[in-house]
Design a protein around this ligand. Structure first.
Ligand SMILES: Nc1nc2c(ncn2[C@@H]2O[C@H](COP(=O)(O)OP(=O)(O)OP(=O)(O)O)[C@@H](O)[C@H]2O)c(=O)[nH]1
Ligand SMILES: [Mg+2]
Length: 230
């Protein structure tokens, strides 16, 4: 199941490059929902001092340890604005391992756009086997409320379940406790990808593994949700 595109190399001091398995995770959603801040928080460990609208894509990487294996999480922080993304959309979805779909809980329009983002995934032939997760960002702006300017948490949960996506509520800006959610979101996704690949590699001959990887998986029954610490 492993293919060369799933490995990347990093230079080391003794000039022997280290090979890492890597997961390409693409972050999509409306402009301004906080994709860059989430990716930055995960990779740099803090909220950025300032951001500008992303043009095309920004690549961010972090190496994490999963059960003794070093894995490179490669985040594709994509542009939310149509004019800054249209020439790149095909590259976003090529050989992608997982999708992080983000909306802003203080901005109902960004929730209403979600079906359009899922349509884009479909148009780019993203298979059902590619995990998608839903992230409601900026929970620091809706403290203590479950009705977020016209969108409520139950509606969001129903939408997530209907599309087989685990839903996480977080803040890229929040204090440590909430920042931990950002960490947990990406780390648990990487765990899931590693499990998926390990299973395929260990239980299936290579050709079959490839085939089953192309088959639509059962609708996810995961009901993971990270409560906002606001
Ligand atoms: N309060 C709050 N503000 C946030 C949070 N995340 C991002 N922001 C702010 O939201 C604005 C947009 O954030 P970005 O990360 O640049 O948004 P984006 O989704 O990358 O936007 P595009 O690159 O245009 O697609 C910035 O002013 C951020 O400071 C958050 O969790 N809480
Ligand atoms: Mg951005």
């Amino acid at each position: 199941m492993e293919s060369s595109i799933e490995f990347s190399t990093s230079p080391t001091t003794n000039s022997q490059p280290t090979r890492y398995r890597f997961f390409k995770i693409v972050v999509i959603g409306d402009s301004g929902v906080g994709k860059t801040c989430l990716a930055y928080r995960f990779c740099a460990g803090r909220f950025p001092n300032k951001t500008e609208a992303t043009i095309g894509v920004d690549f961010r990487e972090r190496i994490i340890d999963i059960e003794g294996e070093k894995i490179k999480v490669q985040l594709w922080d994509t542009a939310g604005q149509e004019r800054f993304r249209k020439s790149m959309v095909q590259q976003y979805y090529r050989s992608v391992h997982a999708i992080v779909l983000v909306f802003d809980v203080s901005n109902p329009a960004s929730f209403r756009s979600l079906p359009l983002w899922l349509d884009e995934c479909r148009r780019n032939a993203l298979g059902q086997e590619v995990p998608r997760i839903l992230v409601g960002n900026k929970c620091d702006l809706v403290q203590g409320s479950s009705n977020w300017g016209g969108v409520n948490s139950e509606q969001v949960q129903r939408f997530a379940e209907a599309h087989g996506m685990p839903f996480y509520l977080t803040s890229a800006k929040g204090p440590e406790g909430q920042g931990d959610h950002v960490e947990a979101i990406f780390v648990s996704l990487a765990h899931r990808l590693k499990r998926q690949r390990t299973l395929l590699a260990s239980h299936t001959p290579q050709s079959e593994a490839l085939q089953s990887f192309m088959l639509p998986s059962k609708k996810s029954t995961e009901k993971e949700k990270w409560a906002c610490g606001c």
